[in-house]
Write a protein that binds this ligand. Structure first.
Ligand code: PLP
Length: 407
C-alpha cells in the first residue's frame, strides 16, 4: 500500500475541526499524538463487549479480556522486533518504564561508587529516576555532552565508560532537537565496557521502524499516547534473562506466586512487574494503534515525516530573526526554534490563534535549554498525518507574529 496522507487524515476525526476559526494544524505530536478511528473503535468495542478482570478468570468476559490483554502484549513484542511477548511489561508510559528499571534493576545491581551514564539531551524522565537511584545507593551520574549541532559527542562517551559503568541510558530521538542517536554504536561501546543500555523510545516508535534486536539494547521504553494509543499505557521491553533475575519493584495482587505472612514468592515474568489490576483497555488500544502503524508502514511514515522536516527547515530558516536550536545531520520529526524579541510562550499563543498547535517551553529538558542558553523554545513536531499545509500554516503564523511584535 502506498502512503496516502489524505486517506490517513480521514482516520483521525479530531483533525477535522477549526480552532479560533482556522483549520487545525496539529504540530504538538512529540507531547501527545491524536487517535485514529480504529483505536477509538477498538476501545469502544472492548468496553461494550469484553471488559472483565484479567487472569484467573472463571467467566467468559474475564477470559476474553485476558486474551485481549495477552494478545496486546504479543503485538507490542512484534512491533519492537522481539520474539518473546514475556519480555514486554505493561506500564503507564516511558516515565514509569524507566522508574521500573531504576527500582527493580538499579536498586539491586548498582552499588556505591558505580557509575550511570546519561546524555545532555535527555528528557527529565531519563534523568531524575537515575538521580534518585544515585542518591539512594551512592552511585555517580555521568553526562555525555552534545555539540552545537545537537549531536552526541561519542568520544566523550568513550572517555566516560569504564569498569564501574553499569548502565548507559539514552534517548532514541531527542524530543527537543529531533536528533536520531546512533543507538547501535552506543550499545556496542557500552557493552564492550560491560554496561547495559536503556533506550528511551518515546520519540522513536511513533516515527520509524524499531527493532530491539537490531539495536542490541537491553531495555527499550515507550509511551502509548505518543503512538496514537490512549494515555496511561506504555511498555517496557527488556531482555528476558535480565528480567528473570530481578525481584519486583511494586507489591500487590497479580505479581506473586504465593503469599503468607511468613514468606511471599514472586510470579514469573512479566507478571512480577505488573502489580495490581492492569490497564486492559489501554493495552487493547495500544495494540490497535500499533497495528494501525504497522499497516501504514513505519518506513513510509519515517520517509513522510522526514520530507516534511526537509520542507519546513528552509522555510523556517528564511524567517528573519528565527534561530533553529540544534541542526543535527540525522533529524527525525522535531524542529525547535527561538525568535528574536518574542518569547516562546507568546509565539505559541499567537500560533494558537492561527489554528497552529505547537509546544512552547523547556520540553522537560531543562539541562539542554541551559546548554543552548535559552529558557524555552517553540517546538513543532510531526506525525504521520501532518501535511505541507500544516507547515505553511506554521510559517504564515510566524510571519504574523513578527508583524504583531514589530520584530
Ligand atoms: N522521553 C522522551 C524523549 C519524551 O519526549 C517524553 C515525553 O514527552 C518522555 C520520555 C516521557 O513520556 P511520558 O510522559 O509519556 O512518560
Amino acid at each position: 500500500m502506498s502512503f496516502d496522507v489524505a486517506q490517513i487524515r480521514e482516520d483521525f476525526p479530531i483533525l477535522h475541526q477549526e480552532v479560533h476559526g482556522k483549520p487545525l494544524a496539529y504540530l504538538d505530536n512529540a507531547a501527545t499524538a491524536q487517535k485514529p478511528r480504529q483505536v477509538i473503535d477498538a476501545l469502544a468495542r472492548f468496553y461494550e463487549r469484553d471488559n472483565g478482570a484479567v487472569h484467573r478468570a472463571v467467566h467468559a468476559l474475564g477470559a476474553r479480556s485476558t486474551e485481549a490483554y495477552e494478545g496486546a502484549r504479543a503485538t507490542v513484542a512484534r512491533s519492537l522486533g522481539a520474539t518473546d511477548p514475556r519480555e514486554v511489561v505493561f506500564v503507564r508510559g516511558t516515565t514509569e518504564a524507566i522508574n521500573l528499571v531504576a527500582a527493580a534493576w538499579g536498586r539491586s545491581r548498582v552499588a556505591s561508587g558505580d557509575e550511570l551514564v546519561i546524555t545532555e539531551m535527555e528528557h527529565h524522565s531519563n534523568i531524575v529516576p537515575w538521580q534518585l537511584l544515585c542518591d539512594a545507593v551512592g552511585a555517580r551520574l555521568r553526562v555525555v555532552p552534545v555539540n552545537d549541532r545537537g549531536e552526541l559527542l561519542l568520544e566523550e562517551l568513550d572517555a566516560i565508560l569504564g569498569a564501574g559503568t553499569r548502565l548507559v541510558a539514552v534517548t532514541h530521538v531527542s524530543n527537543v532537537l529531533g536528533t536520531l542517536n546512533p543507538v547501535r554504536e552506543i550499545v556496542e561501546r557500552a557493552h564492550a565496557a560491560g554496561a547495559l543500555v536503556l533506550v528511551d523510545g518515546a520519540q522513536g516508535v511513533p516515527h520509524m521502524p524499531v527493532d530491539v534486536r537490531e539495536l542490541g539494547c537491553d531495555f527499550y521504553a515507550f509511551s502509548g499516547h505518543k503512538v496514537f494509543a490512549p494515555t496511561g499505557i506504555g511498555a517496557l521491553w527488556a531482555r528476558r534473562e535480565i528480567l528473570e533475575e530481578l525481584g519486583p519493584w511494586q507489591g500487590g495482587g497479580g505479581m506473586i506466586a504465593s503469599v503468607s505472612f511468613e514468606k511471599t514468592t514472586w510470579a514469573g515474568v512479566p507478571e512480577r512487574f505488573e502489580a495490581g489490576s492492569p490497564n486492559t483497555g489501554g493495552a487493547v488500544g495500544l495494540a490497535a494503534a500499533l497495528e494501525y502503524l504497522e499497516a501504514a508502514g513505519p518506513g513510509a511514515v519515517e520517509r513522510h515525516e522526514r520530507a516534511l522536516v526537509e520542507y519546513a527547515e528552509p522555510a523556517l530558516r528564511a524567517i528573519p530573526g528565527l534561530r533553529l536550536i540544534g541542526e543535527p545531520a540525522d533529524r527525525a520529526s522535531v524542529l525547535s526554534f527561538v525568535m528574536d524579541g518574542i518569547h516562546a510562550h507568546d509565539l505559541g499563543t499567537i500560533l494558537d490563534r492561527e489554528g497552529v498547535a505547537v509546544r512552547a517551553g523547556h520540553h522537560c529538558a531543562q539541562p539542554l535549554m541551559e546548554r543552548y542558553g535559552v529558557p524555552a523554545t517553540v517546538r513543532a513536531s510531526f506525525a504521520l498525518y501532518n501535511t505541507r499545509e500544516d507547515v505553511d500554516a506554521l510559517v504564515a503564523g510566524l510571519h504574523a507574529a513578527r508583524e504583531i511584535f514589530g520584530a
